[in-house]
Design a protein around this ligand. Sequence first.
Ligand code: UD1
Ligand code: UDP
Length: 358
Amino acid sequence: YTIATIIGARPQFIKEAPVALALRENFKEIIIHTGQHYDRNMSRVFFEDMAIPEPDYNLNIGSGLHGEQTGRMLAGIEEVLIKEKPDYVLVYGDTNSTIAGALAAVKLQIPVGHIEAGLRSFNRSMPEEINRIATDRIADHLFCPTEHAVSLLSKEGMTKNAFLTGDVMYDACLHFLPLSEQKSNIVQSLVLTGKEYLLLTIHRPSNTDNPETFLSILKAVAESPWPVVFPRHPRTKNVMKNPEIRDILSKAKHLKIIEPVGFLDMLQLENHALKILTDSGGVQKEAFFLGKPCITLRTETEWVETVEAGYNVITGADPEKIVQAIHTFYPKHEREQYYGDGQAARNISEQIKKVIIS
Ligand code: UD1
Ligand code: UDP
């Protein structure tokens, strides 16, 4: 049996790494890279760091307006699926590559599995929320990272096709942390060995596309008593051209802006940080996996367990809340493990075997 895996954006490469290992024990896999992310440090570096098999196809779709980008992906993926005739298609997460892959497959009546199904922010202004709702609705099998995701799908009437598998990002974190300890020297190279520092990532349109919102985050972060390492997603480049923002940046000497880093470097930056500030879904979870306090620069989160456990605080872009959290937020209790046991990829592969054979 052949599985076609559709990926295109940074977090999908990371999720694919453990899944490819597990899938290839049972199936032939074809990887279709949409080309949604294309800079070396947004794409290629992950294939190298994590030894992900080379994509069989790269559609080179690149950036664009949502409709245009998704539409071009849909046509490109359809063409490959017609040619390759896979038995099953796998899509990941909530990006435009996810919905394009799922839609291309269902229209060709190829069964589709959705990894990281059942996530909801209940904020329909997020492009990801629309992608998730639509993908869950049309996919045949919904692979859920948490019990909460299973229960949200059940409230939407999707019970029979939802499977609790655990989170493949937890698999990736467990698997690559020892390698990153061995191979990455990013903490040393930033002269932060043994020092307390904060790690910051920002890429949500709600934070990057509005200079005022970005500015209020930046002003709060500029008050940090510790150095702040900021691997900058390409989406934030434009907003940083704003004169007021440039002015703050030029004065905030403790803010270390670096290019986006590979996964092995990122795990080290996360694992040695005092606290993590982020609007990323994946980074919130990794903070939790590594037991780091997380300050979430959004007004809500899909990863509600991390907040309930006391390891994540939701501040939005409110400068007072951010400053307070930087100074005072620390988890008070031990945490439970909500994300499986590091075998999510294997569970997914086994589940696909069952449904394909039956
Ligand atoms: C996308 C996903 C988001 C995910 C994020 C992970 C959608 C709608 N959004 O957001 O869910 O959390 O990826 O990082 O699918 N750019 C480059 N080089 C690249 C890639 C992007 O310069 O390699 C720049 C381009 O100016 C582009 C912008 O970043 O227009 C945004 O890229 P895009 O893929 O549309 O959305 P992301 O913000 O990356
Ligand atoms: N990440 C990385 N390098 C960076 C920033 C993030 O390797 O410079 C990793 C991070 O460790 C996590 C994933 O990218 O595994 C999260 O992706 P992103 O924040 O782009 O998207 P989201 O998870 O919000 O969809």
